[in-house]
Design a protein around this ligand. Structure first.
Ligand SMILES: C[S@@+](CC[C@H](N)C(=O)[O-])C[C@H]1O[C@@H](n2cnc3c(N)ncnc32)[C@H](O)[C@@H]1O
Length: 270
């Protein structure tokens, strides 16, 4: 079993790749989610598993007082650099495990986790923490991936791996898709004693230039995907990229190819 320390080290190693390849896209996802939660200037917002700031940065741009937290110091470093670049003085950050927030009860108007708590080994505990630090009447916001066929970048990648790597079996129960069923998201938010829960399914578009682009994005995106390719030979890696090129060409003749990235956005009131 992987220890929390090993998980944190793994995310530290992915921080640069994730931040360069994924944060710009996941910022667009967060901008949409923040519109749905009706964020306003001056509100206090907590971001759990903030990564490079995909949700914290847009929230701070909208005038919220933001606290970004993540257990990876390298991710928090990337976020701080971005906030400094933009001159955002209304954004603070702390290295913190989302399973046990070192924060007072009833503090935030909005407590959010985008593509974060869905990955945690103990989601009920983390959702309980998210609710605990939310003010009565405040809202919790969760953004999670939909099912793998609707997160087409992942589906294409698995297809290319199957076509290229003998004996490859797609992972069962990947933490990336732990809340792919909106019924589960609603149930887990309700178990954290959140009320008036609404879950909306949103299809985003991801523009992919080539097989190599999709490969770079996915293999730098998260330790669970990095683990799938860790033992491939150079030849197999090139083979997977070529298979991806073929699949992308089949989908659309011109560049770039647009893939669907589906998320569920859950909003509940404390
Ligand atoms: C897929 S990234 C999402 C980052 C960002 N929220 C976004 O939307 O781009 C997952 C993040 O969860 C963080 N993370 C994973 N387990 C965590 C934990 N137990 N406590 C806090 N952060 C955690 C990782 O360090 C990583 O930054």
């Amino acid at each position: 079993m992987t220890t929390p320390e090993q998980m944190r080290n793994a995310w530290d190693k992915f921080a640069v790749g994730y931040d360069e390849a994924v944060t710009p896209f996941s910022m667009r996802v967060a901008e949409d989610a923040l519109r749905r939660v009706d964020i306003r200037p001056g509100m206090r917002l907590l971001d759990v598993a903030s990564g490079g700031g995909a949700l914290s940065i847009p929230a701070a741009r909208l005038g919220a007082q933001v606290l970004a937290t993540d257990f990876s110091p390298a991710m928090v470093g990337r976020l701080n650099a971005r906030a400094l670049d933009e001159g955002l003085s209304n954004l603070e950050s702390q290295v913190m495990d989302g399973h046990s927030l070192q924060l007072e009860d009833d503090t935030f108007d909005i407590s959010a986790s985008q593509l974060g708590i869905m990955l945690f080994p103990d989601r009920p505990r983390a959702l309980g923490e998210l609710a605990r630090v939310t003010k009565p009447g405040g809202r919790a916001l969760m953004v999670v991936f939909g099912p793998p066929p609707n997160v087409e970048a992942f589906a294409f990648f698995l297809g290319a791996m199957r076509a290229t790597v003998p004996g490859f079996t797609p992972p069962q129960n990947s933490p990336l898709f732990s809340l792919q069923d909106p019924v589960d998201l609603r149930r887990e938010m309700a178990a954290a004693e959140l009320k008036d829960i609404r879950v909306e399914t949103v299809d985003h578009s991801l523009e992919i230039q080539s097989g190599a682009h999709l490969w770079d994005m996915l293999t730098s995106a998260a330790p669970p995907i990095g683990a799938l390719v860790a033992d491939l030979t150079e030849e197999q890696k090139v083979g997977v990229m070529q298979a991806l090129d073929g699949m992308l060409r089949q989908r659309s003749a011109g560049d770039p190819t647009v893939l669907k990235m589906q998320v569920h956005v859950g909003i509940g009131t404390k």
